[in-house]
Design a protein around this ligand. Structure first.
Ligand SMILES: [Zn+2]
Length: 133
């Protein structure tokens, strides 16, 4: 999910308009879901991965809100992640047809080598945000 926040924030920084940044990031979320990514198959690893991911997302969004960024960076980041919070985080919605469609269209891989693809996306996006800022 951190990928969604950072790419959304990057888009928000370029758009410089909070409502447009939020809408655009929401829209590209559905395309970004198609990038293959790591998702563990064991319960304890899943809990650990989601905890770390949510912590980093909260930290990033806090930084975008309180740090020296334009507000559209924050709104882009939030626009990138709110669909996941809604579709995955709320059990009745997760188990609904819409929630299951969202999960099953994603190329999840339990092979730990896929972590590096996530790391590459996160590192590249962070570097671009840093350079552009
Ligand atoms: Zn998603």
């Amino acid at each position: 999910m951190l990928d969604h926040v950072l790419i959304g924030a990057l888009a928000g920084g370029m758009i410089q308009n909070s409502p447009t940044a939020f809408g655009f990031s929401t829209f590209i979320h559905l395309f970004l879901d198609k990038i293959p990514h790591y998702f563990p198959d064991k319960r304890w690893k899943e809990a650990l991965t989601i905890s770390i991911d949510l912590t980093l997302c909260t930290a990033a969004l806090s930084l975008f809100w309180y740090g020296p960024f334009s507000k559209s960076v924050f709104w882009g980041g939030l626009g990138g992640i709110w669909l996941d919070l809604l579709l995955v985080g709320i059990p009745p919605i997760f188990h609904s047809k819409l929630g299951q469609w969202h999960v099953h269209r994603q190329p999840h891989h339990a092979d730990e080598r896929y972590i590096w693809l996530d790391v590459a996306v996160i590192a590249t996006t962070t570097a671009i945000i840093y350079i552009l800022h």
